[in-house]
Design a protein around this ligand. Structure first.
Ligand SMILES: Nc1ncnc2c1ncn2[C@@H]1O[C@H](COP(=O)(O)OP(=O)(O)O)[C@@H](O)[C@H]1O
Ligand SMILES: CC(C)(COP(=O)(O)O)[C@@H](O)C(=O)NCCC(=O)O
Length: 343
């Protein structure tokens, strides 16, 4: 993310013993690191929290956190109190600008939903971030109506993935119905009164036929998924639209961590799911419930390497620099650094 450019730096050279005292300069070309982000460490970020108590209990946090994510009230306080305050500020500024523009044009055009996108690898904890943001923003008087949509509903059904030889590419850009996802986000951002999105089930590992979630012009839409910062497909047909989902996003958050840590979280979660969700006869992974842990871990490792890590490297991590804010986590899921796009 930081960009390097050369500059000349000159430092005075101290004369050695017995040498003439005339000062001298030694000059060299050194790279200058500039970045479009303001970087804050954990203490700097968490110190931005206001002293008002968070409208959340430890019990709420336990309900909202994803499987394997140890986040507690103190961590929510450190990360999400400043984050939601910042988001409310962005939302207020966006609304004020929309009002000024409507006044300038002499039209009566209310602001459209503010879209917050949450991106990052499989198993990095996007759903915890998305759920906490949605829950907290809904408690602010200016944004009581908040909806949360995950992009997995826009995956092609397994039948289509199988036909196209893409079952082992689930989560890769081509495994989604990108047109439908783009149409959905564009409709929300056009102020459509009611827009529906399909729903995915992690249990059956497929899109649920006939099920949908309807979004009715909320104050905020939180959109969570691997691919929300993905650019439009490369080399589109001449004349085809180059619009991408990210063109309709007002604020994006990339949840970032070391791939070695994410791998461990993925495998630990797989073992927990093996004892819980996979025992459901409806579970796509039910065959793993009854096999020894080491064989299940070997299979999960293979899925991690060949699907999720490959997708992280090829498609997801390259979009990190497009995010408004990068939330960097340490090996224990604790926020270690926040990068915020300079205004
Ligand atoms: N095979 C599965 N069965 C049931 N739930 C799952 C399964 N895989 C993932 N989940 C759940 O789905 C949610 C989204 O997971 P994922 O897409 O990996 O994103 P993240 O971990 O970044 O939130 C998580 O809450 C996770 O616990
Ligand atoms: C469904 C997912 C692609 C996540 O989709 P998202 O909500 O981010 O659009 C992912 O959880 C997944 O199932 N990946 C395929 C490999 C695996 O089983 O882990």
């Amino acid at each position: 993310m930081p960009m390097a450019g050369p500059r000349t730096r000159c430092d005075p050279v101290r004369p050695g013993r017995g040498q003439a005292t005339r000062s001298a300069l030694i000059c060299q070309t050194v790279p200058v690191i500039t970045s479009p982000y303001i970087e804050l460490n954990r203490d700097q970020w968490s110190a931005l929290a206001s002293s008002a108590p968070l409208p959340l209990s430890q019990e709420d946090v336990e309900k909202l956190r994803g499987l394997g994510d140890p986040i507690d009230l103190a961590e929510v306080d450190a990360v999400y109190r400043p984050l939601t305050a910042l988001l409310e500020d962005y939302i207020g500024a966006t609304r004020a600008r929309a009002q000024r523009t409507a006044g300038f044009l002499g039209v009566d055009e209310p602001p459209t939903p503010f879209i917050v996108a949450v991106a990052g690898s499989v198993a990095v904890g996007k759903s915890t971030t998305a759920r906490l943001i949605a829950h907290l923003l809904a408690r602010f008087p200016a944004t009581p109506r908040v909806d949360l949509v995950t992009t997995d509903g826009f995956l092609h059904p397994n039948r289509v993935l199988e036909e196209r030889g893409l079952l082992a590419r689930k989560g890769f850009p081509e495994s989604y119905d990108r047109r439908a996802l783009l149409d959905f986000v564009a409709a929300v951002k056009s102020g459509a009164p009611s827009v529906s999105a399909p729903v995915y089930s992690h249990t059956v590992y497929d899109v649920v036929p006939g099920r949908s979630i309807t979004v009715q012009r909320p104050d905020v839409l939180v959109l969570e998924g691997l691919n929300v910062l993905q650019p439009a497909p490369r080399g589109p047909r001449p004349g085809a639209s180059t619009l991408a989902v990210s063109d309709f996003i007002d604020f994006s958050i990339y949840v970032d961590a070391d791939p070695a840590d994410i791998r461990r979280w993925y495998l630990d979660r797989f073992l927990t799911l093996k004892r819980t969700a996979f025992t459901d006869p409806q579970s796509y992974f039910r065959r793993y419930a009854a096999i020894p842990d080491d064989i299940a871990v070997a299979a999960a490792s293979e899925i991690w390497e060949s699907v999720n890590l490959a997708n992280l490297r090829e498609n997801i991590a390259p979009t990190r620099g497009r995010a408004t804010l990068v939330l960097r986590k340490d090996a224990e899921h604790r926020m270690s650094q926040v990068l915020l796009r300079k205004a």
